[in-house]
Design a protein around this ligand. Structure first.
Ligand code: GDP
Length: 316
């Protein structure tokens, strides 16, 4: 039986990954912070280990004791906005902790155990990219503390791979679902639009409406992680839909999904939500993943928005 260790199971991707691995018959172990001892959507079969990925000694002991076949590092502070408030914490959790995890896996590998590591990286490592769409050869040049920490971990995966470890870094573009927390613009939009449609809110206040992102469906991105762990050759992959849309497009699709035509006057902007530095357009070319992993996105932009709005309309 395959044994996997997942960090960050309390997040959107961790929950979908755990469900997927359990469905595949994998024995799933997860590292959880004491605060979220049984995270929402965590399948009952998952074995929980309380600890912080940033506690590198404890994490090393766990990896060496468990001897997992697959390690998925999803633990991260996932908000770019928060990384401006707490850059030191973000660099520890998103940058240094993955390096320690890679080193623990490398020790297992040296003992002859075939362990595979998948690092959840981010399009934010490209910052303001000099080419569009971006692919695996695009220059790494982050713009914010979140991207800088993710870039460090991404490069460390390459270093471990050169030392023989089966390690892959997946440069994930924005991926959404009804489980996306409300601090991300997509869920902020869908939950507020649902509230407006139901008479519980009056306006939607956002930052930069012109920012463009490549928004996919989160379970598809988890599928790419599993495929990357199971192919013979480890590599880095861009995981994206290849389509970019503006925040304004997202707002329009969300009101459309809620059945509202006359909504423009309900949307306001506030400089408080505009970031000090923000990529204006991120869009990924996932050709390598499509050809070598047989991966492709299964849910398009309008459907992603529609599913999120439908879930928010149902939940209240
Ligand atoms: P990110 O791409 O990982 O930072 O994901 P987010 O969902 O937080 O932000 C996506 C884009 O939406 C960024 O360019 C933000 O600047 C932009 N944006 C515009 N208004 C807002 C807002 O009110 N909240 C957030 N989180 N982002 C916003």
């Amino acid at each position: 039986m395959t044994r996997a260790l997942v960090t960050g199971i309390g997040g959107q991707d961790g929950s979908y990954l755990a469900e997927r691995l359990v469905a595949d018959g994998v024995e799933v172990h997860a590292l959880v912070l004491a605060a979220d001892a049984r995270p929402a959507h965590c399948p009952p079969d998952v074995v929980l280990h309380v600890g912080d990925v940033a506690d590198v000694d404890a994490t090393r002991r766990l990896v060496l004791d468990l001897s997992p076949d697959e390690v998925y590092n999803l633990a991260a502070i996932s908000s770019v906005a928060q990384s401006w408030q707490e850059p030191d914490l973000v660099s520890r959790v998103n940058g240094m902790a993955p390096v320690a995890l890679l080193e623990s896996a490398r020790l297992l590998h040296e003992r002859g155990h075939d362990v595979r590591v998948v690092q959840a990286s981010s399009a934010e490592i490209f910052g303001e990219p000099d080419r569009s769409p971006q692919d695996e050869g695009t220059r790494v040049r982050p713009l914010n503390p979140y991207g800088a920490a993710k870039a460090y971990a991404h490069l460390a995966v390459g270093v471990s791979r050169q030392r023989g470890l089966h390690a892959s870094s997946l440069v994930l573009y924005n991926h959404e679902s009804p489980r996306r927390p409300g601090q991300f613009v997509t869920r902020k939009i869908t939950s507020t639009v649902a509230a407006i449609a139901q008479g519980r809110a009056e306006r939607l206040v956002l930052g930069n409406l012109d920012a463009r992102r490549d928004w996919g469906w989160a379970p598809d991105y988890v599928d790419a992680m599993v495929r990357a762990a199971r192919v013979d050759t480890p590599r880095d992959y861009v995981i994206a839909t290849g389509e970019s849309h503006s925040v304004d497009d997202f707002v329009s699709a969300a009101f459309g999904a809620a059945g509202m035509d006359d909504w423009r006057h309900l949307v306001h902007t506030d400089p408080a939500f505009v970031r000090p530095a923000d990529a204006t357009e991120l869009v990924g070319d996932s050709s390598l993943a499509r050809t070598t992993l047989g991966w492709s996105p299964t849910v398009g932009f309008t459907e992603v928005v529609g599913r999120m709005v439908a879930a928010d309309l149902e939940s209240d």
